[in-house]
Design a protein around this ligand. Structure first.
Ligand SMILES: [Zn+2]
Length: 127
């Protein structure tokens, strides 16, 4: 504890046990003033005993309890992802159709070949 001389203001660090529970007469080394030093209040020295925290129950909010209602967030739309997948599918199908164009033309009935003018188109791009 810290003891301060009431006469000159000199301060001393003193063991609280040296003062004792009832206090003690002390003398200032600087000005030789004597006074009765009181012990520190027991409440300040001894920390209060820890009380157990009582149990409590957190209950979910009831209807009309004043709390905001919980709402489900709107579903995220991933249009960019679906457009990318669709574009990749179209590219892959187009490449596959180009790669197997001979087999696909052989599978077409003759009426479809005439209807689609495929032979004329092949002659057009043959150059
Ligand atoms: Zn003093």
């Amino acid at each position: 504890m810290q003891v301060t001389c009431p006469n000159c203001g000199a301060r001393y660090a003193v063991d609280p046990l040296a003062i004792g529970p009832t206090g003690r007469t002390v003398q200032c080394a600087r000005c030789s003033h004597r006074w009765r030093e009181r012990p520190i209040a027991p409440a300040a020295v001894v920390p209060p005993p820890l009380r157990p925290i009582p149990d409590f129950v957190i209950r979910p909010p009831t209807y009309n309890s004043g709390l905001p209602a919980l709402t489900t967030p709107p579903a995220k739309t991933r249009w960019g992802l679906w457009l990318s997948i669709a574009a990749a599918t179209v590219v892959v199908l187009g490449l596959a159709a180009y790669a197997f164009r001979g087999e696909l033309l052989a599978l077409l009935p003759a009426e479809w070949r005439d209807f689609l003018h495929i032979d004329a188109l092949r002659e057009l791009f043959r150059q």
